[in-house]
Design a protein around this ligand. Structure first.
Ligand code: PLP
Length: 434
């Protein structure tokens, strides 16, 4: 029997009625009522700083005022809400802005597919199209990758627990070591290249390689710029399509709109979702190099591809990218975050932590099993929402809305620091805090 905490709302109806599959409400056991910017409030009026940002779906913050205004106007005016993939003014505006603000300044040329409104659906469409274009069936994914929970997306996902949930064998994929997986000295692109080229390796030429530039769910593993470039070269040499799953790292999480901009690569297919809708509304895109767009009309369909409310907020969110300022600010805040995290790790050496990631996608990996979870749990009790990632939940992940200001960042980080301090003390180890 659980001990009831009288200060917290009762989760009885959720425990009784909602499926056992529920997960985040277990990490954050309260009932939320309101949200604004980087803050949330619960039924008891308790305030929380949000370092989770809807797993990356709330880059522009909760109930962003600019986005909300456009949304309310649109709803008030009886703008079309649902439209399958019919042409609507809301979609027209989005397409025009995406072309003008995102693609053109980056000299990128892509056709835009609207798959069903989730990341997994974008991944499914990318895998299907790559197989159709190349006529080959194998797709290479990476160790610790996360691409979503549908069968195709799971087949290129690393996590054993999530894969097992499929209940059927996950076929036509091969998992290869991500950058750094085999230790510092090993170039895993060379390793993979041998497998692909050698006629005795048992690995057939793949249709595509699907990659995240930073593995968010997989533990904030970051691929180096040179590794990403080598990967692109390998794909070009072998006629393999390169799919970048930018569902979580895209829309500015690392500082640039696409997470691969610094590497200067041009993926054949790009998956976007989570924050593309801007307001936390469901939306996804699959960007396809024009020459690869060989879909037959209706070949990858879906009822909710025309979420016009999301198109409205997505268009408005793109305005953040009209100049360099937003990007510059994300990187500045990323630097501040990094400095603070490095300080914390140095202050509590007994916790044996290491900082990972860049931009506003950073975290601390802990060697001691269960520590990241304990720290996140403690942080929640003090009003900070953050999640763990990695196969063994070994990473405490810091992922605030990108619009957070320095004060909010510091406020959240102070709670994290206090939590680490308490846990360090509880481990009955000495802290050499300055
Ligand atoms: C969240 C995520 C997905 C899946 O998106 P859903 O909307 O949950 O289906 C796919 N790829 C990456 C990298 C993600 O972070």
């Amino acid at each position: 029997m659980k001990v009831l905490d009288p200060s917290k709302p009762s989760l009885h109806i959720f425990d009784m009625l909602e499926s056992e599959v529920r997960s985040y409400c277990r990490s954050f056991p309260t009932i939320f009522t309101k949200a604004k910017g980087y803050k949330l409030w619960d039924q008891t009026g308790e305030e929380y700083i949000d370092f989770f940002a809807g797993a990356g779906a709330l880059n522009y913050g909760h109930n962003n005022a600019y986005l909300k205004e456009k949304l309310i106007q649109y709803i008030q005016g009886d703008g079309v809400t649902h439209s399958l993939d019919m042409a609507t003014e809301a979609k027209e505006q989005f397409l025009k802005r995406f072309q003008r603000i995102i693609l053109e300044p980056r000299r990128l040329s892509y056709k835009i597919q609207f798959p069903g409104p989730t990341g997994a659906n974008s991944v499914e469409s990318a895998l299907k199209l790559a197989r159709k274009v190349t006529g080959r069936s194998t797709v290479i994914g990476f160790t610790n990758a996360f691409h979503g929970m549908t069968l195709g997306a799971l087949s290129v996902t690393g996590n054993k627990f999530k894969r097992r949930g499929a209940g059927v064998p996950l076929h036509h994929t091969v998992s290869m070591p991500y950058d750094g997986y085999m230790g510092d000295g090993v170039d895993t692109i060379e390793y993979m290249k041998n497998y692909i080229q050698d006629t005795g390796s048992g690995v057939s030429l793949p249709a595509a390689i699907i990659v995240e530039t930073i593995q968010g769910e997989g533990g904030i593993n970051e691929a180096s710029i040179s590794w990403l470039r080598s990967l692109e070269t390998l794909c070009k040499e072998q006629g393999i399509l390169l799919i970048v799953d930018d569902v979580q790292m895209g829309c500015g999480r690392t500082g640039t709109f696409f997470s691969f901009e610094e590497a200067g690569i041009k993926p054949d297919i790009i998956c976007l979702s989570k924050s593309i809708g801007g307001y936390g509304l469901p939306m996804a895109l699959t960007l396809i190099k024009p020459e690869l767009d060989i879909w037959e009309p209706g070949e990858h369909n879906g009822t909710f591809r025309g979420n016009n409310l999301a198109f409205i907020t997505a268009s408005e969110a793109l305005r953040y990218w009209e100049n360099e300022q937003f990007s510059t600010r994300i990187m500045e805040k990323g630097k501040l975050l990094n400095i603070r995290l490095q300080e914390m790790v140095a202050s509590y050496p007994q916790l044996i932590g290491k900082v990972r990631g860049r931009g506003l996608m950073q975290g601390i990996v802990f060697e001691i099993s269960g520590l990241a979870e304990r720290i996140c749990e403690r942080a929640f009790s003090k009003g900070l929402i953050m999640e763990t990632s990695g196969t063994d939940s070994e990473v405490a992940k810091i992922m605030p809305p990108l619009i957070i200001d320095e004060a909010g960042l510091v406020q959240g980080l102070d709670i994290l620091r206090e939590s680490m301090e308490e846990i360090a003390a509880e481990l009955k180890l000495t802290s050499k805090q300055a």
